[in-house]
Ligand binder design. Structure first.
Ligand code: 3PG
Length: 213
């Protein structure tokens, strides 16, 4: 099998206004959920490594939904990065930043969107060559005002705010010049998964398409 072309973090961020943050507890949900998001125009999918089924879900999506680009969220260690890449993830998202995670993702060929919440973390990530970052938890750590403050000293960094972002407050983030996209869990509600309500997930994805002006 040929190796797929690696994505960059910027490509992952530019593809759609929202990166869905997905929590899956049942492998049977993975493929129909991914198809539902793709049908709604979203193909960069962050499946979080928070459940025992997460890696199997990534593998199922990578195999059965070629239109989707599946990534792993909640990558916190070298072992997470290796397991994600082995399962077929094409990018990684971390809730915070360490050089060990940065290097591990490079070693396994995964684009990384590292999480940061402080100036010190931004500087560490930049030192290691990462300039597209996830601002997490965005609302709790200062929201749009924090990103405006960072745009001065960190004028060369682009962000994906995630955490407390909703369809209602996403436009305020997306209007900022240092924001490329946002992340959020609202596109894949637990009850829609439990009910197999794939049409609702498609509609939630479609609802985000005009967020970026
Ligand atoms: C997370 O990692 O849980 C994400 O930041 C999602 O946050 P949200 O549920 O507030 O969208």
């Amino acid at each position: 099998m040929s190796t797929p072309t690696p994505f960059t973090a910027l490509q992952v961020m530019q593809d759609a206004p929202v990166i869905p943050v997905i929590v899956l507890n049942d492998v049977a949900h993975a493929v129909p959920m991914a198809r539902a998001l793709v049908a709604g125009g979203i193909r960069m999918l962050e499946v979080t490594l928070r459940t025992p089924q997460a890696l199997a879900c990534i593998e199922a999506i990578a195999k059965a939904v070629p239109e989707a680009v599946v990534g792993a969220g909640t990558v916190r260690s070298r072992a997470d990065a290796q397991a994600a890449a082995s399962a077929g993830a094409r990018f990684a998202v971390s809730p915070g930043y360490t050089s060990a995670v940065g290097q591990a993702c490079r070693d396994v060929g995964l684009a990384l969107l590292p999480g940061v919440a402080t100036g010190g973390e931004i500087m560490m990530a930049q030192e290691d060559g990462f300039t597209q970052l996830k601002f997490f938890p965005a609302m709790q750590a200062g929201g749009p005002a924090m990103l405006k403050a960072w745009s001065g000293p960190f004028f060369d960094v682009m962000f994906c705010p995630t955490g407390g972002v909703t369809l209602d407050n996403a436009p305020e983030f997306l209007a900022l010049p240092n924001v490329v996209c946002v992340g959020g869990s609202w596109l894949v509600p637990a009850d829609a998964l439990a009910l197999g309500d794939w049409a609702r997930i498609t509609q939630l994805a479609k609802d985000t398409q005009n967020l970026r002006k």
